[in-house]
Design a protein around this ligand. Structure first.
Ligand code: ADP
Ligand code: ZN
Length: 608
């Protein structure tokens, strides 16, 4: 019985989706749900959640109902399924009455395999009555963490989705999310009455993403070098904290010849939507955005995510960086980080109106984020540990590839702390570092700080080195910023034992930012095999063909074929439909629609 089921599931995977094998626990999930049982699936972004309900919906009689809050994505999802020959439709507030009626009729006639519905629509009496009359294959509850009242994506309608279980006890349900923590998981189980569901918790590792956190120097220049050296002509997202910085950074990139667009909540809605749509549809655009951008962006070929400002938490960082490389191809998560980030984030927490408990939670999250930035060991190990998963050094992050050295910084930190103390804890970083390094500036003279005992005791280190030490002292909570006193530096309780010589401190040594190109093939690291020049030329031609085709069909390019599939075609250079069928990502429908064209394109003599 299960063997038969396995064969059938694999057959759908191969013929409809064109993929040779299931990934991770997909096969087990598909079989369980197809067999009529409930599942709770926790998988990182890009892990392959969609197939976990799409295939059972195709295998079971009736229509699979997919509940999703992301109505902006439904059109693209439905278009992508249509390209695969799957009969899908959606119901949400963005469509006309006529369109909705057409979809309802198709559902009643049993002409749909999958129906995407916004939760508020699903819960209307009209919609539930309609569902009473049709055969339902399953309910998929996507973005299931939206039931969590404590999460940032809370949707009140999600709580009422428990009605599905009460009303349709025979229909299997599958809840899916990329949110990892145990509390949210429990909340999903309780609120959706999923006590009987089997849980599948995938590894949250994203091995194809390379993590890099560099010291901020001239951040725009660093960003430009990074894009030019590693991602010229590729799609990426650059996150900034403020709208102003978004605008300025996008302008700067455009001036430098990078195709970039701004996106933030302060923009005119029409323009914002247009930018989002261009980013999804065109090849190789860079989106410069505040974190308002990205929820539910499932463009698979985003090659990098860059942060110009420190995210507030590791959860945020992981979610944002997770938008890179959903297609499994190599991608970069790059961040520039400096003293000012620590000061700014601390200030935002201090100055917020929230209550003490909330501020404390925010501080703890920020501290965890700072810990990630300052770690001298593998970033990935650190990240996964935060999500409760253990692992070994990855070989694909900056600290693995270029291990930072650490040093006994006890004496240096003592010098820094005493200087802060000597200037009566009433001056900011610039002044403190000038005194420490013995800079004879106007301000130092004005306060006669050149006569302090600590004046010049740190002359042996550069300003950049001292900034790195101060930043780490702040990250470790030895030094605090008094925002009501113009940003003056203060010592905390934790500074006492250090000053008294009772504790020693090890810090990361300052590294002058260097331009790091992707190493050819470090053993054990994650890289793709490169294409020969002939294959590369074919790949470029295939991309052109894809762009034209996508435009003609009015769908995003990746809906036609993913980069990975085109690259594989360029490598294999199939000369028959039979050969083309072997390429991962080429299913029966696409073979029928595009196979002949592609074979022709490959065999055409190349125009000079
Ligand atoms: P999620 O919803 O978990 O973020 P998706 O379902 O969008 O992820 O899948 C991410 C990408 O992985 C998609 O491009 C999808 O086509 C691809 N994918 C999923 N399962 C497989 C598989 N078994 N083999 C190859 N590619 C797959
Ligand atoms: Zn690593």
């Amino acid at each position: 019985m299960t063997e038969v089921l396995h064969e059938r599931a694999l057959n759908v995977l191969q013929t409809v989706f064109g993929y040779p094998i299931f990934r991770g626990e997909q096969a087990e999930i598909v079989e369980l749900v197809t067999g009529g049982q409930d599942a709770l699936v926790l998988m990182p972004t890009g892990g392959g959640k969609s197939l976990c309900y799409q295939i059972p919906a195709l295998l079971r009689p009736g229509c699979g109902i997919v509940v999703s809050p992301l109505i902006a994505l439904m059109q693209d999802q439905v278009d992508a399924l249509a390209e695969l020959g799957v009969r899908a439709a959606f119901l949400n507030s963005s469509q006309s009455f006529d369109e909705a009626m057409r979809t309802e009729r198709a559902l009643r006639r049993g002409e749909l395999d999958l129906l995407y519905i916004a939760p508020e629509r699903l819960l209307t009496a009209r919609c539930l009555d309609m569902l009473d009359e049709v055969q339902i294959a399953l309910f998929a509850i996507d973005e299931a963490h939206c039931v969590s009242q404590w999460g940032h994506d809370f949707r009140p309608e999600y709580i009422r989705l428990s009605v599905l279980h009460e009303r349709y006890p025979q229909v299997p349900r599958i809840a899916l999310t990329a949110t990892a923590d145990a509390d949210t998981r429990q909340e999903i189980i309780d609120r959706l009455q999923l006590q009987a569901a089997r849980q599948f918790v995938a590894s949250f590792d994203r091995p194809n993403i390379r993590y890099q956190i560099v010291e901020k120097d001239q951040v725009r220049r660093q960003l430009l070098d990074f894009i030019r050296d590693e991602h010229a002509g590729e799609a990426g997202i650059v996150y900034c904290l403020s709208r102003k910085k978004v605008e300025e950074t996008a302008e700067f990139l455009v001036e430098q010849g990078v195709q970039a667009l701004p996106y933030h909540a302060g923009m005119d809605t029409v323009k914002r939507a247009a930018h989002q749509s261009r980013f999804l549809r065109e090849d190789g655009l860079v989106m410069v955005a505040t974190i308002a951008f990205g929820m539910g962006i499932d463009k698979p070929d985003v090659r990098f995510v860059a942060h110009l400002d420190l995210p507030k938490s590791i959860e945020g960082y992981y979610q944002e960086t997770g938008r890179a490389g959903r297609d499994g191809q190599p991608a970069d998560a790059w961040m520039a980080y400096g003293l000012q980030d620590v000061v700014q984030q601390r200030r935002m927490i201090d100055e917020s109106e929230a209550d003490l408990a909330y501020k404390r939670m925010q501080s703890a999250r920020l501290d965890a984020m700072l810990g990630l930035c300052e770690t001298a060991s593998c970033r990935r190990v650190h990240l996964l540990q935060y999500f409760g998963q253990s692992s070994g050094p990855c070989g694909n992050c900056d600290t693995c590839l270029n291990p930072p050295s650490s040093f006994d910084a006890t004496e240096a930190v003592q010098k820094l702390l005493s200087t802060i103390y000597r200037v009566s804890q009433r001056f900011g970083a610039v002044h403190v570092l000038e005194v420490l390094r013995g800079v004879d500036s106007v301000r130092v003279r004005q306060w006669q700080h050149q006569s302090l005992s600590t004046f010049g005791i740190g002359a042996d280190r550069s300003e950049a080195e001292w900034r790195a030490i101060l930043r780490q002292a702040m990250a470790q909570g030895l030094v605090d910023v008094d925002h009501e006193q113009y940003g003056s530096l203060r010592l905390t309780e934790a500074a006492r034992p250090v000053l008294r010589g009772e504790t020693t401190l090890t810090l990361r040594r300052y590294q002058k930012p260097v331009r790091q190109r992707r190493a050819p093939t470090a053993p054990g690291s994650y890289t793709e095999a490169s294409l020969s020049s002939v294959q590369q030329a074919l790949f470029e031609r295939l991309k052109w063909w894809r762009m034209e085709t996508a435009r003609a069909h009015n769908v995003p390019a990746y809906v036609i074929f993913h980069d990975a599939t085109l690259r594989e075609i360029a490598r294999a250079m199939p000369i028959s439909l039979e050969d083309l069928r072997q390429v991962s990502g080429v299913g029966e429908k696409k073979l029928e629609s595009y196979g002949a064209e592609i074979i022709r394109l490959i065999s055409e003599p190349q125009a000079a």
